[in-house]
Design a protein around this ligand. Structure first.
Ligand code: ATP
Length: 503
């Protein structure tokens, strides 16, 4: 499991999908950059979601609200009151939160020790010092690292088994004594604010305290009536949005699963009070179908219905996905009642009611929400697609079997050799196809190696131009997953590719 996850992270780096942010400065914890292929994959996932939610639904429209919002928004939503933060609002979450804080402190202490060891060794060995090697072989460092790993994996395991008794036991162990020195030195849990603060206004005297939004949903709620009036949509209708959200997560050690800056894809569906149960069921089913449409295996998904609900919800479920580290939340479906709109009415003093022509009365609509993390979806797709296969001849191949609709590059065009006019024809094909698809040209190395490179990169098609092409304008098209090759006419390429990659 661990090994598979490590492979995912290094493959994402090696093939230009995800880099640690500010890597040359040793990175920023739980912040990542999407590289040339990652940006394409992420965009394709976003487009796939947008098409299903907005383009295909007459009664759902999309907006793009600002990240900065009036600070009262976060009072109304309940995010400002530190420990009543909706992000940690029930008893179990609090227990988990406390464990998170303690583990973070524990790991930070051990990491500081590791840093000291590195510093000492660097001084001792001077020029000859190889940090990577030292970290990988020094017994003291390995011992420290093992302490971190066992604590983290124990926490992960107890969360996965929903074993809160063990989380509690872990908290007690960490609370009683500093595991490194054995002395009792833990103090009270610090109050953390999960929101990032900033200031609006250049002069210090009259600057206004702002927060970076911790969820995109509120941008939809505060615009609810503006959108309804200008679109003249009737209930039931939805407003969708994708965009960045920011949370000062405490334990954020699972690559892009839990980030401090991430992107959400959310849809708020406004409905008549009393109809929430039927819409809740509808959206649970509809969203699961969307996931299944990508063909990543029905066994990899399951629902987790919440028994303990956040204060704003009257029903909630997660769609969980089987990540390399187990089943974890990928998307949430929440029946949020009229909580948010009523709160905004209260705090803004503005009416946020819908006039229902059929009922001939006004009311505050109920809301059904679907909320999915784009980065988490990226990790689901990427980790599920990465496979090592043993071929018939006994050799190994690494293939990134991404759903073709999402693949960053749809086809690689390869001249068999770098002469005899083959590169020119290959270039012609690139020039033609690039109007419709993201394609690349590759002439370096033997063609077998080029195939493997494209397999590992997730490219569904390789198109090879050879000497027969000069005679009959046909090429070989190779399918990534089956490795089967067909001879086809150049003029049919567009249709063949389109059949597989069209959203
Ligand atoms: P979790 O329990 O994993 O922290 P959550 O219940 O706080 O998630 P929501 O507030 O419901 O999550 O947010 C909706 C979706 O946004 C989640 O299903 C997840 O896909 C995504 N998400 C939330 N927090 C993060 C994060 N720190 N990094 C990446 N994605 C996130």
């Amino acid at each position: 499991q661990d090994d598979q996850f490590k492979k995912v992270i290094s493959h994402a780096k090696e093939y230009g999908y995800v880099f640690q942010s500010s890597e040359i400065y040793d990175g920023l914890s739980a912040v990542y950059d999407y590289a040339q292929n990652g940006a394409e994959l992420k965009k394709n996932i976003r487009d796939y979601w947008w098409k299903a939610m907005v383009q295909m639904n007459e009664n759902i429209v999309g907006i793009d609200a600002a990240i900065f919002m009036h600070p009262t928004t976060w009072k109304a939503s309940g995010h400002v009151d530190a420990f009543n933060d909706p992000l940690i609002d029930n008893k179990d979450s609090k227990k988990r939160y406390r464990a998170d804080v303690l583990i973070e402190e524990y790991c930070a202490k051990i990491e500081a020790k590791i840093d000291k060891e590195v510093e000492k060794a660097a001084k001792r060995f001077g020029e000859a010092f190889d940090k990577e090697q030292f970290l990988a072989t020094n017994p003291r460092v390995l011992g420290y690292q093992e302490k971190i790993d066992t604590t983290l994996s124990r926490m992960a395991k107890s969360l996965e088994n929903e074993d809160l008794a063990d989380v509690k036991a872990l908290i007690e162990e960490l609370e009683i004594a500093d595991p490194l020195t054995g002395s009792r030195n833990w103090t009270d849990v610090k109050q953390f604010n999960l929101m990032f603060g900033t200031k609006l206004g250049a002069s210090a005297d009259n600057a206004m305290d702002l927060y970076l939004r911790p969820e995109t949903a509120q941008g939809i709620f505060v615009n609810f009536l503006n959108v309804q009036k200008t679109s003249r949509l009737k209930i039931p209708f939805g407003i969708a949005q994708t965009g960045k959200a920011f949370r000062n997560e405490i334990v954020a050690r699972q690559f892009i699963f839990r980030m401090r800056e991430f992107e959400q894809m959310e849809m708020q569906f406004f409905i008549k009070p009393g109809t929430q149960k039927e819409w809740y069921d509808y959206w649970k089913e509809t969203r699961l179908k969307w996931h299944l449409s990508l063909g990543m295996g029905a066994d990899n998904y399951r629902f987790h219905d919440h028994e303990k609900l956040a204060h704003y919800a009257d029903a909630a479920a997660d769609i969980e996905f089987k990540f390399p580290f187990g089943f974890k939340e990928l998307e949430g479906i929440h029946s949020r009642t009229d909580f948010d709109l009523s709160q905004h009415e209260k705090y803004s003093g503005k009416k946020l009611q819908y006039f229902d022509p059929e009922e001939n009365k006004s009311y505050v609509p109920y809301v059904l929400e679907t909320s999915i993390g784009l980065d988490r979806m990226f990790l689901a797709v990427f980790s599920n697609s990465l496979k090592d296969e043993t071929l018939e001849d006994g050799s190994l191949r690494t293939v990134l079997a991404l759903p073709s609709v999402l693949a960053p590059v749809k086809a690689a065009i390869l001249p068999l050799v770098k002469k005899d006019g083959l590169p020119e024809i290959a270039r012609e094909i690139v020039e033609d196809l690039k109007w419709d698809f993201n394609v690349v040209y590759d002439e370096k190395d033997a063609v077998g190696r080029r195939y493997r490179r494209q397999d590992a990169n997730g490219t569904p098609f390789c198109i090879t131009v050879d000497h027969d092409t000069l005679e009959d304008r046909t090429v070989t098209i190779r399918h990534r997953d089956t490795m089967e090759q067909e001879r086809v006419k150049i003029e049919d390429l567009r249709k063949i590719i389109n059949q597989e990659v069209d959203m």
